[in-house]
Design a protein around this ligand. Structure first.
Ligand code: GLY
Length: 296
């Protein structure tokens, strides 16, 4: 089986002057994950590495560069899922961790549970030797300014700025024909403390099943959750056997049913890719043995 890797860096109103940074960030993430896949590594390792690369890149709303909640804190959510076993690990509202996606993987592989949140997630991280960082290490000036503007201007600016939803995600198919997916986000700006969006919720932010394919979502979590976007994409994929149609159908459904906005990447077990979004822009890219392409 020839490997395939597809990533996204969020679907939202990405300002034109940031498009190149988003494209570059997607490319860097794809190349890190691809190196693993092309050397016979697993889909799980590839999606974790690709998402870590985007968590390290301050341009994205994940890890360093995450948006701030209404108290000026960073709380992050992440999910990883193995399509072979349907095992998954997730963390939510977690602070002071550089790579929430790796913590989610530890939850999957080293705990008896699937999903650990908040203080407990931090305790679990400590117990497993995960290095903590200071909130200040994750905050970037752009997000301090954004929160300041939201506080100053109130709801009018809030709605304007809340068009920023930069969740990152990756799907990989490896040479052993296993599929995996991972997502990570800082959520939405000025969110209530401990608010959790779609990103770490299985079936909402992502889903992977070796019998069908995988999907990773981005957009306004409150709406994406209502239609379990990723699992609905998998349902459409099973029905249509066409990843592009599945992606388009699920985004149409999101808009028609709950007036929701966002985007999705879909990959089937033949390595065929589907992408759809109903926001002004979406950052995404992919690599196969034949080609690599990046879009914003
Ligand atoms: N999709 C990211 C969030 O709403 O938290």
């Amino acid at each position: 089986m020839n490997p395939v890797l597809v990533v996204h860096g969020g679907a939202w109103n990405i300002p034109y002057d940031l498009t190149e940074k988003h494209r570059k960030g997607c490319k860097e993430a794809v190349l890190v994950g691809w190196e693993i896949l092309i050397n016979g590594g697993t889909a799980l390792d590839a999606v974790e590495a690709a998402v870590k690369s985007m968590e390290d890149n301050p341009v994205f709303d994940a890890g360093k560069g995450s948006v701030l909640n209404m108290e000026g804190e960073i709380e992050m959510d992440a999910l990883i899922m193995d399509g072979k076993t349907l095992s998954f690990g997730a963390v939510a509202a977690v602070k002071n961790i550089k790579h929430p996606v790796s913590l989610a993987r530890l939850v999957m592989e080293r705990s008896k549970h699937n999903f650990i949140v908040g203080e407990g997630a931090l305790k679990f991280a400590r117990k497993n030797g995960v290095e903590e960082c200071k909130t200040g290490d994750l905050i970037v000036e752009r997000e301090r300014k954004r929160l300041f503007e939201i506080r100053k201007e109130g709801n009018r600016i809030e709605s304007l700025f809340q068009s920023r939803k930069d969740t990152v995600g990756a799907i990989a198919l490896d040479s052993s024909r296993n599929i995996a997916v991972a997502t990570s986000t800082g959520g939405i700006p000025n969110k209530f403390p401990s608010r959790v969006g779609d990103t770490p919720l299985i079936g909402c932010g992502a889903y992977a099943d070796n019998e069908i394919g995988a999907a990773a979502a981005t957009g306004h979590g409150e709406d994406l959750m209502k239609v379990t976007l990723a699992k609905t994409a998998i349902y459409f994929l099973k029905k249509t056997k066409n990843p592009q149609k599945a992606a388009e159908k699920v985004i149409n459904y999101l808009e028609r049913r709950v007036n929701g906005h966002g985007g999705i990447i879909v990959l089937d077990m033949k390595g065929r890719i589907g992408v759809a979004y109903n926001t002004p822009r979406m950052a995404y890219g992919y690599k196969t043995v034949k080609e690599e392409k990046f879009f914003v």
